[in-house]
Design a protein around this ligand. Sequence first.
Ligand code: C2E
Ligand code: CA
Ligand code: CA
Length: 734
Amino acid sequence: MSARAQRSPLTFQVTLTVLTLAVFALAVVVGFGLYATMQADRVSLERQKVFFANGLQDQIAAVKREQESVAVWDDSVTNAKAGNQAWMAENLSVWMYSYYGHNRVYVLDDANRAIHAMREGEVVSPAVFGEDEPALQPTIARLRQMMGKDAGQAGARFVADDLVSLGGQPAILSVTPLVPSSDRLTQAPGSEYLHVSIEFINDAVIGKIAQKYLLAGAHLLPMAQPLGSAAIPLVDKQGVILGYIAWDQERPGLTLVRKAGPALALAALVAASVLGFLLRRLRRASSALQNSQDQAQYLAFHDTLTGLPNRALFEDRLRRALLTSSHETGKVALLYLDLDRFKHVNDTLGHPAGDELVRQTAARLQHTVRDVDTVARLGGDEFAVILIDVRDIRGAEDISERVLHKLQEPFKLIDDQVFVSASIGIALSTGPDSDAGDLLRKADIALYEAKKNGRGRYQVFAGDMDDLLLRKRKVESELRNALNGGTGIKLAYQPVFAANGKTIIGAEALIRWAHEVHGALPAAQFIAIAEERGMIGQLGAWALLEACSFAVRTKLPWLAVNVSPLQLRDAGFAEQVASVLAETGLAPERLQLEITENVLLESNDTTTTTLANLRQTGVGIVLDDFGTGYSSLSYLRRHAIDKLKIDRSFVRLLDGDGNSGAIVRALIDLAGALKVEVTAEGVETEAQKTMLVAMGCQQLQGYLLSPPLEPAQLLALPGLSSDNDTKTQTTESA
Ligand code: C2E
Ligand code: CA
Ligand code: CA
């Protein structure tokens, strides 16, 4: 049961769904958060790049502005053209270094030859210009071109700038002509001297830009080093990258996440534990639901007393077993089992003991068969066992034997020890297309046979049982109808004659059933069925009443009625006879009851008492079919009998040949010794009659003398009707 609760598919499904949703929700939140963070950081980075680009532009503009402050000046033109080195150092180069931080300055003549050079605040030989010239040349040429093109333009300011790399170091380059600041001085176009100013973009310059925008860790990145994302390239006018400005990227999104991190984690934790709590509740609820569902399922297919599969599950299993059985795997055998003394246990020890017996039987059955086999309780004390993979009927018989053996061991019920036996009906499948219902019916029929043949045994279903049973069932129901409707069943009366063969001394009532379809059914046959199906009591009572009612209307000295052994087992039978006699007014001496020998065999208290009581009422007791049973002299003596009827099988043997008569003579002599009357039945020939009479038999019955007659026929015989004589009869019976 616990295994079911743990692994319930419903619980699993619910949990899975909730967890999936939770994970999905988490993924969405985290994903969105990450995206927002990245987006914020990206936007911020773009802005930082713009800051640096602007900063660089500002720096370039500053260099140009600073350069202008000395290049537009009459003195500059004059002194440069005059080659005044001291003046140029003081105003055009060293000054630029010390005041503005320009790292290199060159003054070029109209042919672009250096006439003055300064590096890092020192005046150096103009020849060093040659080192930088290749890098500076394009910008100088561009300026000269601009000046040549727009020479005529009054007041035009010419300046060309670029970024250059000098000795691997990026730098801001600005070139501008030295021009007069007043009208006092003029120079011919093309004769201008140039001022070249260079400021290296070093960490100090970059730091200045970074400081302005509050960005940290800014530095120059030489070309070779790998690049992070927080950098902008330094590109010259030709599009060549000279280096990078890099800085510690400011990540506002990430910072926010870092700052909010603990709070977010806490919130996630709270959410997770709430989810966990809900999930546990949900699991508990759904597993409770599953449990009750399983419970209902279990109850629907199991017997509550034993826990065994019930009929519904049994039928399902049987069908499956039949479907999966094949020629290779073997057949399916069905054992139908029924306890022999269950009702007795229930009646004498009470229902709790009966329940306990059923439980213990179930347990024993389960221990006796294999795990693959199914034991089911079909109701009351009925069990069924499905055996799979059975090779042949022998296999099923072996198991049945084991089961019977196991059930013979005493049962300990509450405080009684009881011995019970069981009967088993066995049916074997014919193949995969066997029908479950058919197999069950066959096992049922076989069980019925087993019980009939003496209980405590098993019986394998045989083909002819089927027909027999079907016929019996049919006859049974029809007989029931006939009895209830009072139609079709009649009594015939066969007279019994004195030795002279003429005087009627009495008659025997014989039952007749004129069936609408089958015609006259042999009495022995349907009486056996009535006995088997528990209808003999009703049938016998009817016959007794009918016979007695008839007898009072005749002058018959006596009338014999056949009584089934089963009727004698009924404790109320003697009373029943007495009340019929009282009701019909028949004198007890005029009634004879024919019983069979086997009745005497049963040393049953009820039977003995009933017989004694019957004799006390004055009714005659006749032993029918004498010689065919097991009667011994001691029985005959113990139960005082009034008459013996020699069975017709002995009478038939009387064919004139000496030896065959010996038995009949012995029987007649025995009756004489016991001082009881004797009747010979089944007398069919004169020879038989003569021999019987010669042997001393005084009463004869048989076709020779008269067949069983209809009541009217009997009454028509001379001297038997008392219809005009009812008064006498009434007096007689009183
Ligand atoms: P039974 O008591 O031995 O009855 C005699 C049977 O022999 C009757 O058969 C009768 O018709 C038949 N019979 C009579 N004379 C001759 C003859 O000369 N030759 C041959 N071969 N048979 C002869 P029935 O009526 O078929 O009855 C068969 C058995 O059914 C009876 O045998 C009796 O045991 C039983 N039976 C009949 N009626 C009743 C009844 O009302 N109650 C009970 N419990 N049993 C009955
Ligand atoms: Ca009889
Ligand atoms: Ca008989």
